[in-house]
Write a protein that binds this ligand. Structure first.
Ligand SMILES: [Zn+2]
Length: 84
């Protein structure tokens, strides 16, 4: 996933989380609830995204998506997580 500066700005401005549609803070890529599930070193890359390089945010988002896929697959299988 490669993001442009505009995409990062748009993502930061959205009031809802792209993963779970839960309310999120402007400026962050994911909501607090999603970020709380990530290890600290991955979380930092998803906060204050307008101040970061677009490629760094894209990389952080991809890492987060991989983490969610690996660690929360079973949760999704039982109806939690992202809506289909
Ligand atoms: Zn979320």
């Amino acid at each position: 996933m490669t993001l442009t500066k505009e995409q990062v700005a748009g993502l930061a401005k959205k009031p809802s989380c792209p993963r779970c549609n839960y309310d999120k803070t402007i400026g962050n890529a994911l909501c607090r609830r999603c970020r709380a599930k990530l290890p600290e070193n991955m979380r930092a890359g998803l906060e204050n995204v307008p101040n970061k390089d677009a490629w760094a945010v894209g990389r952080a988002l991809r890492a987060a998506a991989n983490y969610f896929n690996v660690h929360f697959q079973s949760v999704r299988n039982f109806g939690g997580g992202r809506k289909r």
